[in-house]
Design a protein around this ligand. Structure first.
Ligand SMILES: *Cc1c(COP(=O)(O)O)cnc(C)c1O
Length: 471
């Protein structure tokens, strides 16, 4: 597969080169040059496959010829070996037509594990083959950092640096990151906000000399391999519910639009999805867009579902490219207008096409808490403050007569504040999270200053042998 930029002015790249490049040089996002199409007969045959076998079939066209089938299968076995459920992603029925796809049985109890575990294995495989080492620097407001650390710990070819805002993430989230003792993992607390951490990371990527010296690459949410890994579970759930002979809806708790775009990928490949139900919290820019063509940025507000506290969804540009029939010039124009004005009204015919395949919906904090409480009283089960929005969306707005699947993106114990407000008590911690408490923590704190963070990273890499040159 070749990958092309959504803005049309960067060279087409192979899977491997695109993976380590990150953002395209024209500012666009790399996306597959064509969509593989899977026939209904093939989809029916896929019903018999295990999760890992299915993942190999879905991903193979995207990684070919850089990774062959015989190499891909063991990578997938390793990526999903640490999941606590035999089926990896169990599907659980909540009423006659609505199902929850539980994506929180990975090592850090959030769906980010699906992508990060696979990405780490793919990185290591490609880098060992070329005897290369790379450096990854990321900022986290919670789930992504923990998932990346779990996935990359103890790998030979990747040094991972994660910055987090001191005092601004939950204790469970911090301990999930700081309890890891591995010579290639470096956790850095910054006295500041998540935006400060992100700025330091962006400046590091913007410094050409630094980028070269440490072979900097990225695992952020625009990474195509993460999206490819997430497309798999749409097929997995769809096939369990009768696809391709039955069409269905998916409801997706959405922030950066990576998970939702993975659903669109599955649909492009031939999975019969009626509509993708895009579920948001009070940061409802996507709801306004899918309802009224009102994509206009407001201040980011903190909410009880923090992983969705986002205004500009970085993967939306990939959908925009599809909506414009892959006309990169149009994408450039729309994105330039969006950056200049904070709004992106689409032409009526483009918007109508969009509306047929998507629906937007949002709940504010109070409605989130009410929905969590109702569900707990009715069924005795707790549901996390991201998933509950998608579940309500699926129940209220699914296509009549068709099943709907709400993606369950995290374990409720990771969000004690929302659970306490809904039920009066924080959710009991699963045993492996409870064991984190009281363990020694492994992190440094550095000043909120790009220069000093970069200097520390250089020194650290020099001491573990991760520098290209020591000058
Ligand atoms: C990251 C995250 C989301 C949002 O996913 P995107 O791919 O960024 O849209 C939703 N729920 C949880 C629990 C998350 O960690």
């Amino acid at each position: 597969m070749e990958y092309i930029s959504t803005r049309g002015r960067a060279p087409a790249l192979s899977f491997k080169d695109m993976l380590f490049e990150g953002l395209a040089t024209d500012g666009g996002l790399y996306t597959p040059a064509t969509w593989p199409r899977i026939s209904p007969e093939t989809l029916r045959a896929w019903r018999r496959l295990s999760y890992q076998e299915l993942a190999a079939e879905v991903m193979l066209p995207f990684v070919d010829p850089d990774i062959h089938r015989d190499d891909l299968v063991p990578l997938l076995d390793r990526a999903y070996a640490g999941f606590r459920s035999d089926s990896v992603a169990p599907l659980c029925k909540i009423d006659d037509d609505v199902h929850l796809l539980e994506l929180f049985h990975g090592p850090t109890y959030a769906f980010k594990d699906f992508a990060m575990q696979l990405l780490a294995q793919v990185f290591e495989f490609l880098l060992v083959r070329e005897s290369r080492t790379v450096t990854v620097i990321g900022a986290t407001s919670g789930d992504t950092g923990a998932a990346a650390i779990e996935a990359f710990r103890d790998l030979q070819c990747v040094n991972l640096f994660i910055l987090f805002p001191l005092g601004r993430i939950s204790e469970v989230q911090r301990r999930q990151m700081t309890m890891v003792q591995a010579s290639n993992i470096h956790v850095i607390g910054i006295p500041g906000t998540f935006d400060d951490c992100q700025r330091i990371v962006k400046e590091a990527y913007g410094d050409e000399g630094f980028r070269e010296a440490v072979s900097l690459t990225s695992v952020n949410s625009i990474n195509w391999a993460r999206i490819m890994a997430q497309a798999v579970y749409y097929f997995w759930a769809g096939l369990r519910l009768g696809a391709p002979d039955q069409s269905l809806d998916f409801a997706i708790p959405t922030g950066n639009f990576g998970n939702a775009f993975a659903g669109h990928v599955a649909r492009q490949m031939g999975l019969p999805i009626n509509r993708l139900l895009i579920s948001s919290n009070r940061n409802d820019i996507l709801t306004r867009f899918f309802r009224n063509n009102d994509m206009s940025v407001r201040e980011v507000a903190t909410s009880l579902s923090p992983s969705m506290d986002i205004q500009v969804s970085s993967n939306f540009e990939r959908l925009l490219f599809e909506l414009c029939d892959r006309d990169a010039t149009q994408v450039q124009t729309f994105m330039a207008g969006f950056h200049a004005t904070g709004a992106m009204p689409l032409p009526a015919e483009v918007f109508e096409r969009t509306r047929a395949g998507f629906d937007g919906f949002s709940l504010d904090d109070e409605a989130i808490v009410d929905a969590m409480r109702d569900w707990q009283q009715k069924t005795g089960t707790l549901i996390d403050p991201h998933t509950v929005i998608a579940m309500e969306h699926a129940r209220l707005k699914r296509t009549a007569g068709h099943p709907a699947v709400a993606l369950s993106t995290a374990h409720p114990a990771k969000f004690p504040e929302a659970v306490s407000r809904a039920t009066g008590n924080p959710a009991p911690l699963p045993q492996s999270l409870a064991q984190l408490m009281g363990r020694p923590e492994n992190a440094v704190s550095l000043p909120n200053n790009t220069h000093e963070v970069r200097q520390w990273i250089r020194e650290r890499l020099a001491s573990v042998g991760g520098m290209r040159d020591h000058g």
